[in-house]
Ligand binder design. Structure first.
Ligand code: AMP
Length: 393
């Protein structure tokens, strides 16, 4: 069985082709600058990487080139080998708590919910329509970023604002990165060999969110109505006092969406350091005793620790803390600093283990009160698994 996982952006399309017999990646790649001058694709397979500039006016063009190349390069013999296509979908509002077979109704809902994810849902629809046009008979599955968080209760997902905002406009916490947190949850289930555990899953990359999981289900997550909420990120502020927004609007003569844009694109690590949104750059500047870089790093760590502590209480303790995504999987000093700030909870980090790399590495000592793991996330595989599961049902 071969399944393609797709992540469509407004001008890009990322894919991974899986052989589901052993869940290996046969090929993966990226089509970028779709509809913009200089469009190109990159395909990786068999340890090779090919890249070519090619005119791609629409997502359909990208899908046609992708499928032609898969056959031309001998990656597959014919398109009949593709058994299913799984799409990463961002916002399923409170209607979708699981992955679904994509029907007209799902596409209509994505359109209806686009005011909740104005950049992502329209791009997801473009990806779906492109595959519908080129592979009309292949079943497709939608995997929502918001779905895993639908198990939160009303006390958690409601904001303390007029109830009518929720009832009339859908103002509530939705949460994002659900596919990654679900993947980490499944990995922890396999590591522990049981279904009942308290997990704090830390997906910390350029975007970042922390999720509290009890017995396999999300009970709270740090992102909110949008991915701007929660911890501090590469360029996003995370939680701030909302009164800052009208104040800055007045000071800088900006409208609300311009200030929100600043909070999304010019804040976080980049905002405080005035240098970079990339943790590697920040750490380099910290080594040079750059004051703003040090504050940016420490604030980033503090916000992660704040959420871990909050979820520790919510879960009544924790069995596992898991780090994943760009910073979580790669940044040895940031993990160390976070764990050291959690010492009061009995967390003890094993510094040798923290230096190791691998798909799953336990970085806590045997006498740590909470087991701490680094686990590489794989949202593409999760999408492919859901696709296989649903088309087999
Ligand atoms: P992601 O959004 O998950 O791809 O994560 C991207 C972020 O991971 C980058 O912006 C970096 O800040 C961070 N990152 C990746 N590799 C490293 C590393 N070796 N050390 C520190 N941070 C890293």
């Amino acid at each position: 069985m071969k399944i393609i996982s797709i992540n469509a952006g407004s001008s890009s399309l990322k894919f991974s082709l899986f052989n589901m017999t052993d869940e290996s990646v046969i090929a993966s790649g990226l089509f970028e600058r779709i509809g913009i001058e200089g469009s190109k694709y990159t395909i990786k397979f068999n340890g090779e990487k090919i890249s070519q500039e090619i005119e791609l006016n629409t997502h359909t063009d990208a899908v046609k080139v992708l499928l032609d190349k898969l056959v031309d390069l001998g990656i597959i013999h014919s398109l009949d080998e593709i058994d299913g296509v799984g799409h990463r979908l961002v916002h399923g509002k409170d209607k979708y708590s699981e992955s679904v077979i994509i029907t007209d109704e799902v596409v209509e809902d994505l359109e209806k919910f686009k005011c909740f994810a104005p950049l992502h849902n329209p791009a997801n629809i473009l990806g779906i329509n492109a595959f519908r046009e080129v592979l009309p008979n292949v079943p497709m599955v939608g995997v929502f970023d918001t779905a895993f968080h639908q198990s939160m209760d009303a006390t958690t997902y409601l904001y303390p604002v007029p109830y009518s905002w929720y009832q009339d406009y859908g103002v509530r916490k939705y949460g994002f990165h659900g596919t990654s947190h679900r993947y980490i949850t499944n990995m922890v289930k396999n590591i522990l060999g049981k279904d009942e555990f308290r997990l704090i899953s830390c997906h910390i990359g350029n975007g970042g969110s922390i999720t509290a999981v009890k017995d396999g289900k999300c009970v709270d997550t740090s992102m909110g109505f949008t991915p701007l909420a929660g911890i501090m990120m590469g360029t996003r502020s995370g939680d701030i006092d909302p009164s800052i927004i009208p104040y800055v609007m007045e000071q800088e003569g900006k409208n609300a969406s311009e200030v929100i844009d600043d909070l999304n694109k010019k804040s976080g690590l980049f905002g405080i350091s005035e240098y970079s949104s990339d943790m590697r750059d920040i750490l380099e500047r910290c080594d040079l005793q750059d004051e703003k870089a040090v504050i940016a790093r420490d604030k980033y760590v503090r916000r992660v620790v704040d959420y871990i502590a909050q979820y520790y209480v919510l879960l009544g303790g924790a069995d596992v803390i898991a780090f994943t995504a760009g910073v979580g999987e790669n940044s040895i000093p940031v993990r160390r600093q976070i764990c050291e700030e959690l010492a009061c909870l009995g967390v003890k980090i094993d510094l040798d283990q923290n230096n190791k790399r691998g798909e799953v590495v336990k970085i806590s000592t045997d006498d740590s009160s909470i087991a701490v793991y680094v686990i590489s996330t794989d949202e593409e595989l999760m999408i492919a698994r859901d696709t296989l599961d649903l088309i087999n049902r």
